[in-house]
Design a protein around this ligand. Structure first.
Ligand code: EPZ
Length: 418
């Protein structure tokens, strides 16, 4: 079992390059199922989740070759339409093959993802949207079976903003006859990145990035080349690392406009955040952080994927802060571990009330999900003494060589593989 060992107290300084976005790469790789042929992607992050979806596409008959940050996917021949439980259970985002498979092959059998540490994670809105486009959907033995001899464009109103739900339906709609309108669509930048790839494939899409997306389906789709957008959550996590260690870090490759809510919240804590002309983001800590309240929301609000990281920051702030998690019902699993490091946090329903302490003390802690593990690493960077974060495979799902990036910024951090 791999773990990270760190000794806190070093202000991070220097420059760091952000990798490609996990949550853009996953739907974009799934979208290759929509059109036969060779796709070439660049700025693809080297992550477990990307390997997993590549394995899934190979199970379906595609060929997938990785070379550094480049990924070649050829979906000329597909001989399967099933996403099996053994793969889906390791990564819920496998559900993203449902729409493309159904649209191209006329059928798809995808294991229900099951819950995960942060919540039940239902996919009812994905399924209801596909049914509106003419699919016949049934669930048995833990699998979703969807069949459609041709999808038809429809007006779909999502009663909850869902990122992968919007992505699944947008992909399916590119091969549905006629017009599909998705209302109350998610507005995340990763949706825009996926739409840009689909347009490069010949799809006709307008409104991506707003709450109403219109897709003129049925046109010819062809393979494409595409560069994945930078990972805004990795950038936000690195910015939080600079702030919590009172360091001075230049974050290259991110798009600051994707991070407004996070950067503004960081400024409220007293961190000095400057966006350089070429887009790099400079974050300077410098003094004890002020306590601020945070409420997660769909984009462009404060991202739920930055909530755990911000809780680490607030655990050593100068007063009382309230963090409200509105997206997932169980996304406070990092609290118990932060408490072990001396954090003073009380949970009341969807609110976490954090009373800042002067310093955290290093301790052995356990990662429970991707962003919780990032939160524990941030806490370990600031804590007095040694922190060991176990089950670091959670971190490897969504961060490319995070400990190397932090080490290059001066952190005392190593990966133990015993
Ligand atoms: C995506 O998950 C991201 N994953 C998550 O990132 C992110 O936290 C989440 O969006 C919210 O921003 C990927 O993009 C691969 P949702 P997703 O559907 O699409 C409810 C990370 O750390 N809902 O937007 O699964 C759901 O229960 C991961 O990188 C339904 O009720 O999230 C939740 O309460 C974690 N029915 C809310 O909507 C549905 O059919 C938002 O979920 C679908 C969702």
């Amino acid at each position: 079992m791999q773990r990270l060992l760190m000794r806190g107290g070093v202000p991070l300084t220097g420059e760091v390059q952000v990798s490609g976005a996990k949550n853009a790469a996953l739907p974009i790789i799934a979208a290759t199922l929509l059109a036969p042929g060779p796709f070439r992607f660049s700025n693809v992050p080297v992550l477990m989740d990307v390997t997993t979806i590549g394995n899934l596409l190979e199970r379906l008959g595609a060929t997938v070759q990785r070379e550094g940050d480049r990924l070649a996917v050829d979906t000329t021949v597909l001989h399967g339409t099933e996403a099996p439980y053994d793969l889906v259970k390791t990564m819920r985002a496998s559900v993203l093959v449902l729409g493309p498979l159904l649209a191209r092959m006329g059928r798809a059998r995808v294991s229900l993802p099951g819950g995960c540490a942060i919540g039940a994670r239902p996919i009812n809105l994905h399924l209801a949207g596909l049914e509106k486009m003419g699919a016949r959907v049934s669930i048995d033995h833990g699998y979703v079976e969807a069949v459609a001899d041709g999808l038809t464009g429809a007006r779909i109103v999502l009663d909850t903003v869902t990122v992968t739900g919007t992505e699944n339906l947008m992909m399916a709609a590119t091969r549905a006859a006629g017009t599909t309108v998705i209302e109350n669509a998610a507005r995340e930048p990763e949706i825009v990145d996926l739409a840009n790839l689909l347009k490069a494939m010949g799809a006709e899409i307008s409104g991506a990035g707003t709450d109403t997306i219109t897709i003129q389906g049925g046109g010819e789709l062809r393979p494409a080349e595409y560069r994945i957008m930078p990972d805004r959550i990795e950038a936000g996590t690195l910015a939080a690392a600079a702030a919590i260690t009172q360091g001075d870090v230049l974050i290259r490759g991110a798009r600051a406009e994707h991070l407004d809510a996070v950067l503004n919240k960081l400024r409220e804590t007293g961190a000095d955040v400057a966006v350089q002309p070429e887009g790099a983001i400079r974050v300077k800590g410098g003094r004890r952080l002020k306590s601020v309240d945070v409420r997660t929301a769909p984009y462009p609000g404060f991202p739920t994927d930055m909530q755990a990281q911000f809780m680490a920051l607030m655990s050593i702030s100068d007063g009382l802060s309230v963090i409200t998690e509105t997206i997932f019902e169980n996304r406070f699993t990092h609290v118990a571990e932060l408490r072990r490091m001396g954090a003073d946090i009380k949970i009341q329903g969807t609110n976490a009330i954090i009373k800042g302490v002067s310093e955290l003390s290093g301790a052995p802690v356990m990662a429970t999900d991707l962003r919780a593990s990032a939160s524990l690493v941030l806490a370990g960077l600031a804590a007095r003494g040694e922190t060991e974060v176990s089950r670091v495979y959670h971190l490897d799902r969504g961060y490319e060589s995070l400990e190397k990036k932090l080490e290059n910024l001066g952190a005392r951090i190593i990966r133990l593989t015993s």
